[in-house]
Write a protein of this length. Structure first.
Length: 272
């Protein structure tokens, strides 16, 4: 006996119920292509928001192989509607609208429910809400004790929690993903932890756009000790340099350092 298919979580239903091709006679009678809600959600998260399939699977509350199957089917349906000029409708499927999602502070798994009930996977009762954060959190790509000049190849991410007076209250370390961070799921991971701002040294526009789609503001051009950068942020003297990483070409990362191994202090960009 096969296991029952698990419901997928979707953040919200699409704004439209479908669309029709233009230029076809009204009496053409072309059979429509139907996209289920979970298939729409996979397309939204991966192709629109820029998440990896692993990140999308976590958001939807399903395994990565299941997410891959849903995503591949959705892409085929969209291709059929486009190439064969068929009307597209969106509806149905096995899903539920996402409520308040919680991340366990011990096992890091996501679940629905009350924080007082504890994690159903490891019975840990110290939970943090994915959507209800009262403290402001900022993240910095880190190498040693300084901001790493290359976001995609940092050693780790240091997350500072600021209190109501915007003073550092605590810090925690998040290990960097293997390989190039520009192509990892770090954006949804940071978003799930409540990070709202990332202070970076050098970063390409692609990585910046993915972070912003996950609700994380980006300030580039930050260099030096972590505490100094955070202090400048708290004082409001930081502004985005607007300079994209010059070492990203054809979807690959080609990082290089200055002869001294880092950017000079003169690269700071302060708000006027």
């Amino acid at each position: 006996m096969s296991r029952p298919r698990k419901c997928c979580c979707i953040a919200r239903p699409p704004a439209i119920s479908g669309m029709s091709p233009t230029g076809l006679p009204a009496e053409s009678g072309t059979e429509e292509v139907r996209l289920r809600f979970e298939e729409y959600e996979a397309i939204r998260l991966i192709d629109h928001d820029g998440l990896t399939q692993a990140g999308a699977a976590e958001r939807m509350g399903i395994s990565r192989p299941t997410c891959t199957r849903i995503y591949n089917r959705a892409r085929k349906l969209l291709a059929r509607a486009l190439v064969e000029a068929r009307p597209l409708s969106i509806g149905g499927g096995r899903f539920r609208i996402m409520g308040k999602r919680l991340r366990c502070s011990r096992c890091r798994r996501m679940y629905d429910g009350s924080p007082t009930a504890g994690c159903p996977y490891c019975n840990n009762g110290n939970e943090t809400s994915k959507t209800d954060h009262t403290m402001k959190k900022i993240a910095l790509p880190t190498r040693g004790t300084e901001v790493d000049d290359h976001f995609g190849h940092c050693e780790c991410y240091t997350i500072f929690t600021l209190d109501d007076n915007r003073q550092p209250l605590s810090r925690e370390i998040v290990p960097a993903a293997d390989g190039c961070g520009c192509k990892s799921d770090i954006a949804p991971r940071l978003h799930a932890m409540g990070v709202t701002t990332l202070l970076a040294g050098n970063m390409g526009d692609g990585a910046k756009n993915v972070l912003q789609r996950n609700g994380i503001a980006v300030i580039r051009g930050c260099h030096g000790p972590l505490e100094t950068v955070v202090e400048a942020f708290v004082k409001g003297t930081l502004a985005d340099s607007g300079a994209a990483c010059a070492h990203h070409h054809d979807g690959e990362c080609h990082h290089a350092e200055s002869p001294s191994g880092s950017f000079p202090a003169g690269d700071w960009h302060l708000a006027k």
